[in-house]
Design a protein around this ligand. Structure first.
Ligand code: SF4
Length: 193
């Protein structure tokens, strides 16, 4: 069975291609503090969901929530679990991803790629149209942001999958990230720059 890329790996790749080299070729895990932050966000999210499960869903016209579901596609070379999948009033499906972050006034390219990858998986597995994905930014209040799943975005997902597999198969370290400010709080900073 071929290696399947996860939407989270696509997000990491968009942050910096070298992440893939460190994580998937050299097998160096990210530092604990980053994982701790992710876990903290998850715990708070779960608490809020239990206290008030409707607090974000009211913003979407949802017929039904399917919940977090494992999705895998040989054809796409993708594998992942979106935080939720919803069926909307128009019968289209949509993946939902929660971010333990304040909405930064626009959706980062990595977040777009990640939600588009989930959307492609949903489309493939359920054989239903997916027009939008939703990202819920849940830190300091909450905001539901709609991301249109365009052909261009899908093309970027496929290209990123190809690039990631190339890094893994050829075991060649990618160039330093051109936006060096990114390196300042990068978990691999000490071994990279
Ligand atoms: S330190 Fe900079 S170049 Fe190295 S992995 Fe991090 S972001 Fe990429």
């Amino acid at each position: 069975m071929n290696y399947k890329i996860t939407p989270t790996e696509l997000l990491e790749y968009y942050f910096c291609p070298r992440f893939i080299y460190y994580m998937n070729v050299l097998k160096i895990p990210q530092y604990e503090d980053r994982r701790f932050k992710v876990q903290k966000g998850r715990n708070i999210h779960e608490k809020r969901m239990k206290e008030n499960p409707d607090y974000l869903w009211k913003k979407l016209q949802v017929q039904k929530r399917l919940g977090a579901t494992q999705l895998s596609s040989e054809r796409l070379g993708l594998n992942g679990i979106p935080d939720d999948i919803v069926i909307l009033e128009d019968n289209s499906y949509a993946p939902v991803d929660f971010k333990w972050a304040v909405y930064p006034d626009y959706v980062y390219p990595g977040h777009r790629i990640q939600i588009a990858a989930y959307a492609m998986l949903v489309e493939e597995i359920f054989q239903q149209p997916v027009y939008n994905g939703y990202i819920f930014y849940i830190r300091d209040g909450s905001k539901a942001v709609e991301v249109p799943i365009t052909l261009t975005l899908k093309g970027k997902v496929l290209q990123a999958i190809k690039d990631i597999l190339e890094i893994m198969n050829n075991e060649i370290i990618p160039d330093l990230h051109r936006r060096r400010t990114r390196c300042l709080d990068c978990t691999y900073r000490n071994i990279c720059v």
